[in-house]
Design a protein around this ligand. Sequence first.
Ligand code: NAD
Ligand code: UGA
Length: 462
Amino acid sequence: MIKNICCIGAGYVGGPTMAVIAQKCPHIKVTVVDLNEKRIAAWNDKDVNNIPIYEPGLSDVVAEARGRNLFFSTEVDKAIDEADMIFISVNTPTKTYGVGKGMAADLKYIELCARQIARVAKNDKIVVEKSTLPVRTAQAIKDILDHTGNGVNFQILSNPEFLAEGTAIEDLFAPDRVLIGGDTTTEGQKAIQALVDIYANWVPKDKILTTNVWSSELSKLTANAFLAQRVSSINAMSELCEKTGADVNEVARAIGMDSRIGPKFLKASVGFGGSCFQKDILNLVYIAKTYGLNEVADYWEQVIIMNDHQKRRFAKNIISTLYNTVSGKKIAFLGWAFKKDTNDTRESAAIYVADDLLSEQANIAVFDPKVEEKQVYFDLDYLETRKSEANKSGLVVVDNPYEACKNAHAIAVLTEWDEFATYDWQKIYDGMLKPAFVFDGRNLLNKAALEKIGFVYQAIGS
Ligand code: NAD
Ligand code: UGA
């Protein structure tokens, strides 16, 4: 029976997943380690409201388990040494150099973990891939462990994470399924069972699925590809709706009632963001290409092409609607996060829309209830479109939505935060230049109510 778990990587996945395992399994000691000292210090902050990741319900889980059987530490070697089971939950970003640049997953952090585990481990361990990885990565991890280790036995499991940000705790408490892939050998099956036993503390047995390692690794990429494809599909239809008088919300409802299609994940938007959809599809495209499967690669790449187009055309539409110039005009951004209920901004559509508008010399004022000013500038600077000073002079981050909208020519809704719908829109209208435009990239606001006040309101796909 597993008594001691170590998780390498205290990020959006490692933090919440381990907090929930610790809360649900008080008999298991769970230590989450990371090289990032600031992040670990924040996880250990006396005030649980200061933990580094905002997720509804997460601070309560951490408050209950931390110090009891949940620990956050920078002592990676010690935690590896003590653990029976080690989760690898480090980042696997798109490569920014060399072969596969801009497409393949960068596995250097994974390899570093494998080498560190091999060096430190003095007894048999189960190593669990929690990060999203290209199919057959387990083979590489096994090679490293077996060739550089101290002669101890390792079992590699694949246990991809399907949580979505903003609902991480809900998703972890009641997952649609838990997927565990492992070797078909007796030892492999024993390792699978050890992990099944952990989840079985709160997940019904029929929702715990076991497969071979390769199916498990590939299922994760497949799931994200299918989800992203649905968003790109409805977004493609949104553009056609705008040309034809159809309403994408009505179309989504009509097709979603077909039980074969289903109603979820059909919300047209300014484009999907987040750290994973794009990265994982690019990775899938790269894998397909390396096997010479060019049609497969092209098929999935189109999901990304459509998404880029959706972000671009949102910005273009703002410019053309504002009489073909936004130069010197103030545009208020409501939302910067890639979706509501998270402070994560990775690949958020807002970044790309802002970048396009800044290139047209717009003045942008951003309000997001959870995103910090320094993150907004970091995101823009990361694109390297212009100098950091130019980003700072073209864009301000404010902590009040009414201030963001004051004297603006237009408002762009980039994130679907619930609170945006509850604002005093008459007050906002009164403070704006006229005509007062709203570009709702999330179809969040009430069109009729806004038009009654006097706004010129444009949504996606209608
Ligand atoms: P993240 O960047 O938030 O966290 C990763 C952490 O790993 C960082 O804090 C980093 O400092 C640490 N790290 C990297 N190398 C290390 C090393 N050698 N030793 C110790 N610490 C190290 O990333 P994330 O969002 O948690 O994603 C992690 C993985 O999970 C990725 O593969 C991602 O695709 C996958 N995933 C993410 C989500 C999500 O919602 N974010 C959901 C499912 C799967
Ligand atoms: C997604 C998956 O939903 C998770 O199952 C997966 O574990 C995770 O990726 C991952 O591997 O990282 P996440 O990116 O956190 O989760 O959030 P989603 O709810 O999937 O939203 C992704 C993006 O698509 C957001 O920008 C969201 O606004 C957008 N979206 C989603 C739409 O535009 N329309 C929709 O109908 C749904």
